[in-house]
Design a binder for this molecule. Structure first.
Ligand code: SF4
Ligand code: SF4
Ligand code: SF4
Ligand code: F3S
Length: 368
């Protein structure tokens, strides 16, 4: 892996694991971010947090497909990536620090339109659909800036206006230094640096740093209805700690994987892959370790108490959980100061309701 300049590792790295199996595409995260950070002029089209439906959804249009094509599709030998990253491809072509795509305005304009439609047209009442235009699976992919270890956005900025904070690894654009060259928009492989035509500068997800500085989770993490997100601090593999929830999920159990590792930026948002999706599709999105990760997750749901407990800890506190412990039936989460901030049962209790409600004198029938 080559990066155009030296990037020291931060003291701590802002990171998160998203469990795609739990996302219901309610877009609460999207709205939480929008209301907090991008409700101003020039920001109308911006969703620093977005949730797209794979395989056909994308914001902006075809962002991932186009970049994969540009770097030559990518190739693997076993678990080793043998294709070109965005930085290596640029060097091969002898131009910018990182290759990228620059979306048209129109490409940002219709997030989520038609992404979940199975048929591609109107479905009449009582209609029988003999064959579908695509396979019968999809899943929801929530995306924010990855606060990459090797940020593609920063590598392209001629003003050096983009920097990675030493204290937490959050990547920010200095609005005073930015002169609106838009190179970062092209250099970010995940399309998370966006141009504001009103201010003439670019903007991006701030990792909700004012909250993070107080030990709190970000707006999009806290608001998540599906409790699919676990925010925390990620160590390098050689410094992994077993009682750190993110280290455990990413390095120890290898259950959570980076999105498009082929791009070469070492993204810090990790995903537990969806278990209902064909492996060949998942491989080009999360790399070859995905098959094992899916098996581990299936196994965990049946037998693995530690993983079961950890997964129920997701979204259980508005404070950042940096340690966890378990006993026979509960999981406990602790913040940076060692204070217990969450307690959850390993198995959610089941409540079976009687069909007839005597108080209201109604029958409730489960029709699913
Ligand atoms: Fe920069 Fe994009 Fe990485 Fe965010 S996801 S740090 S905007 S390269
Ligand atoms: Fe928005 Fe904060 Fe989430 Fe970034 S971390 S997408 S700024 S809510
Ligand atoms: Fe998915 Fe959570 Fe966002 Fe809802 S709030 S769309 S469950 S990530
Ligand atoms: Fe640099 Fe992007 Fe601004 S390239 S000057 S941060 S628009």
């Amino acid at each position: 892996m080559e990066y155009p300049y030296e990037v020291p590792r931060p003291e701590k790295q802002f990171a998160a694991v998203f469990d795609t199996n739990k996302c219901i595409a309610c877009q609460t995260c999207t709205v939480a971010c929008k209301n907090t950070w991008t409700a101003g002029r020039g920001q109308e089209y911006m969703f620093w947090n977005n949730v797209e439906t794979k395989p056909f959804g994308s914001y902006p249009l075809a962002w991932d497909f186009k970049l994969l094509q540009k770097i030559g599709g990518g190739s693997w030998r076993g678990n080793v990536y043998t294709g070109k990253t965005i930085f290596e491809k640029a060097r091969e072509e002898g131009h910018e620090n990182a290759v990228g795509i620059f979306p048209e305005l129109e490409d940002w304009a219709y997030p989520n339109i038609g992404e979940d439609e199975i048929f591609g047209g109107e479905v009449e009442q009582g209609m029988h659909i003999n064959s579908l235009p695509h396979m019968m699976w999809f899943y929801y992919l929530a995306r924010i800036c990855n606060h990459c270890t090797y940020p593609g956005c920063a590598s392209r900025c001629p003003r050096k206006a983009i920097y990675k904070r030493q204290e937490d690894g959050i990547v920010l654009i200095d609005q005073k230094r930015c002169h609106g060259y838009k190179q970062c928009n092209e250099g970010c492989p995940y399309k998370k640096a966006m141009f504001n035509a009103h201010t003439g500068r670019s903007e991006k997800c701030l990792g909700c740093y004012p909250k993070v500085e107080k030990g709190l989770t970000t707006q999009c993490m806290e608001a998540c209805i599906g409790k699919i997100r676990m925010q925390g601090w990620l160590n390098t593999p050689e410094n992994a700690e077993e009682d750190n929830p993110l280290d455990y999920l990413v390095h120890v159990r290898k259950l959570a994987l980076p999105l498009y590792p082929q791009f070469g930026t070492e993204p810090n948002i990790y995903y537990i892959p969806p278990i209902n999706v064909p492996v060949p599709f998942l491989k080009q999105m999360f790399g070859p370790r995905v098959e094992k990760a899916v098996l581990n997750y299936r196994e965990a749901l049946r037998h693995d108490k530690v993983l079961q407990g950890l997964i129920t800890l997701f979204g259980s506190s508005p404070q950042i959980i940096s340690r966890f412990k378990m006993n026979n039936d509960k999981t406990y989460g602790y913040n940076d100061k060692g204070t217990q901030v969450a307690t959850v049962p390993i198995q959610e209790p089941k409540h079976i309701r009687k069909p007839f409600d005597k108080n209201l004198e109604v029958y409730r029938t489960d029709i699913t």
